[in-house]
Design a protein around this ligand. Structure first.
Ligand SMILES: [Zn+2]
Length: 473
């Protein structure tokens, strides 16, 4: 079957590349530098700028053509310190952090137990909620399903808290043992209410008191550097195609991270993978027929601003973008790909993965992913993929202080790099030519796959509707 889409020379090159990826390479060393020496990389921070230069130099040293692509981030928000105090019947300092775009300052109000923050909870406690902080109970997050459940709960609570005039929201951390993490809210860069994540144990301590009928007051103090729009940069490298240089396969991972941890599984591991694939292809003198473009995206955590900017700058060339791949679900073993609403991509992926079928059992699925850098390609109708992984340590450490180098599954990361390299080279050398979808087809995919709520949850629905994002016709 594979011979039907890949020729003998391509199969040769794939074998050579897979062997090179699986042999000893600087992949781990690069990742360690990025995580330990540069550290957490919030877009707009000095560390983030260092990481851009680092990525740029890595491609350059590998002999790969590279540029920095400047783009505008709408607002600057760099948290510095967050302190809390619960007083009244109890008196202690809970450990907490602010969610993205909470305005710096000092907030004082009563803390109200709102259970899981369902509409009926808000209805029955409407009077108490007004001008106070609601404390929201959560379930423990074990995996990616837990993460999405958390995003969904938070989006609903945000809307209700605003509707019922709460002063702010305190979410119980979904991870035990004092672990904290940061999210964006469903309002992206325009957050109407201050929102905090409180250590699970501290939130439970507060809830036990409130459930005995005691009253608690709450103070939160947030120090953060905030500012207007600023310039950030993606790193864009490419190996030009020999036969069809204007036909492009984009593969990318985001360079930025939140900075509670050091952005290891999210997403330093896959940044290092991109660099290593480019390096090994160049070293082995493998020349793809179509151009392979390697992107280290920036501004992803705030709402995929870097990849969005790419689709704007290259808008006129998107008909010639044959595929865009995003790798952003950590370092657990790759078990297939999300084809993001494209039925025809499933058998194609089945074929392209045959040369590496000894490395995993693959299952390619149609489900679309909203929440990472494939998004703007998907909205532009460009065939796009997201690698699907076994969850491994991704969920519990997601965006948390514990997302550090020691959590990376280095054995799987190596195999993953071989899988991605083989698939991408196969794609670049094949004559796969899936037509770009028009606006009506993308709209149909949104409806068939039922992703409107996810798009709203990540604050990207309105921009699709008002055509500031996505294909226009
Ligand atoms: Zn990520």
């Amino acid at each position: 079957m594979i011979s039907s889409i890949l020729g003998a020379q391509t199969n040769n090159d794939i074998s050579k590349l897979v062997a090179a990826m699986l042999a000893e390479t600087p992949l781990e060393e690069d990742l360690q530098e990025l995580c330990d020496e540069i550290g957490g990389r919030v877009t707009g921070s000095a560390a983030n700028e260092l990481s851009v230069e680092w990525g740029y130099q890595k491609f350059k040293k590998a002999g790969v053509k590279v540029r920095k692509q400047a783009f505008e981030m709408p607002v600057l928000w760099l948290p510095e310190a967050c302190k809390g105090r619960v007083s009244g019947a109890l008196d202690f300092a809970p450990v907490m952090v602010a969610k993205y775009q909470t305005a710096p300052g000092s907030y004082t109000a009563e803390l109200i137990d709102l259970g899981y923050g369902k509409e009926e909870d808000f209805v029955s406690l409407a009077v108490q909620v007004k001008d106070n902080f609601v404390l929201i109970e959560t379930d423990i997050c074990f995996d990616i399903a837990g993460l999405f459940a958390e995003y969904i709960q938070a989006a609903k609570v945000e809307a209700l808290a605003e509707k019922y005039g709460a002063k702010g929201i305190v979410f119980m951390s979904t991870r035990p043992n004092g672990l904290l993490y940061r999210f964006i809210t469903s309002k992206g860069t325009n957050v109407p209410l201050p929102q905090f994540v409180m250590a699970r144990e501290d939130a439970k301590r507060s809830l036990r008191s409130l459930r005995k009928g005691q009253r608690l007051s709450f103070v939160a103090k947030l120090k953060a550097t905030v500012g207007e729009a600023f310039t950030s940069e993606n790193v864009i490298a490419e190996i030009p195609g020999t036969e069809f240089p204007d036909e492009v396969i984009v593969i990318g991972a985001h360079l930025d991270s939140w900075a509670l941890g050091t952005g290891a599984n999210d997403n330093g591991c896959n940044v290092s993978m991109m660099i290593d694939i480019a390096r090994q292809m160049t070293q082995a003198n493998i020349k793809p027929k179509r151009t392979i473009r390697f992107a280290l995206w920036n501004g992803e955590e705030q709402g995929y601003f870097g990849s969005h900017a790419y689709t704007q700058e290259y808008e006129a060339d998107l008909d010639k973008h044959m595929m865009a791949l995003s790798v952003d679900i950590g370092s657990g073993p790759i078990i297939g790909f999300f084809t993001n609403g494209r039925e025809k991509l499933i058998p194609i992926m089945d074929s392209l993965l045959q040369p590496v079928d000894t490395l995993s059992n693959f299952l390619n699925i149609i489900n679309p992913i909203v929440g990472t850098d494939n998004f703007d390609f998907m909205m532009q109708g460009v065939p796009n993929l997201v690698a699907n992984h076994k969850p491994a340590l991704y969920g519990p450490n997601y965006h948390a202080a514990s997302d550090t180098y020691d959590k990376v599954d280095l054995v799987s990361l190596k195999k993953n790099s071989a899988i991605i390299a083989a698939m991408v080279l196969g794609y670049a050398n094949s004559d796969i030519d899936l037509k770009r979808h028009n606006r009506a087809e993308v709209q149909q995919m949104i409806e068939t796959q039922n992703i409107e709520f996810s798009m709203r949850m990540f604050n990207v629905w309105d921009s699709w509707v008002n055509k500031t994002r996505g294909i226009k016709k």
